[in-house]
Design a protein around this ligand. Structure first.
Ligand SMILES: [Fe+2]
Ligand SMILES: [Fe+2]
Length: 187
């Protein structure tokens, strides 16, 4: 079964902490998929695999990107934490035959993107609300995510942007564009 195969693979690749986080995201994604009426098995598998490339070193990440024709934008180059999304999507395509939709959900899970569909939004939310997370306001986001996916995405993006501004960390324009899109769609 694909889920068990990926689970075994990431257990080898990732630290215990990130492996536990991945299991948490799989569980939360499955739960949100059920509530919001999308394929639960698919959401669970994507959630499990979303951070598959997270612990690659910068050197490994660039080597993989060069060998596989993946290009990073300027902001991604300045913030190596962002590299794992595109790489993870490509790895899952090649290793597990993930569909374009599943790849995109991984690709967009860190910054968000205006092109996110329901699956991508669920993975994005699950990543930030899985059971091993702990931060102020978490319970509120969990409650919102059960009723309104877009509102939960908006909440998470705004919180992230605020934190980056406070710490004077670069903000990826995809996050700002997503905030604007959700707000404009409501007008
Ligand atoms: Fe991630
Ligand atoms: Fe994650």
């Amino acid at each position: 079964m694909e889920y068990e195969k990926i689970k075994n693979d990431i257990k080898q690749i990732l630290s215990e902490k990130r492996y536990t986080h991945s299991l948490g995201v799989a569980k939360k994604a499955e739960e949100l998929a059920k509530i919001h009426g999308i394929n639960e098995k698919k959401a669970k598998i994507v959630g499990l695999a979303h951070d598959i490339a997270k612990e690659m070193s910068k050197e490994e990440a660039y080597k993989y990107a060069t060998e596989n024709g993946i290009e990073f934008d300027e902001i991604e180059k300045l913030n190596p934490k962002l590299l794992h999304s595109k790489l993870g999507a490509d790895i899952c395509k090649k290793k597990y035959n993930f569909t374009k939709e599943m790849q995109d959900a991984i690709k967009y899970h860190t910054t968000g993107n205006v092109k996110m569909d329901k699956l991508a939004k669920i993975i994005f939310i699950a990543d930030k609300t899985e059971e091993n997370r702990e931060y102020e306001g978490l319970e509120e986001i969990i409650q919102i995510s059960k009723k309104d996916i877009d509102e939960a995405v908006l909440y998470i993006c705004c919180r992230g942007v605020k934190r980056n501004l406070d710490k004077k960390v670069i903000i990826h324009p995809d996050t700002i564009n997503l905030i604007n899109k959700i707000l404009i769609d409501r007008m």
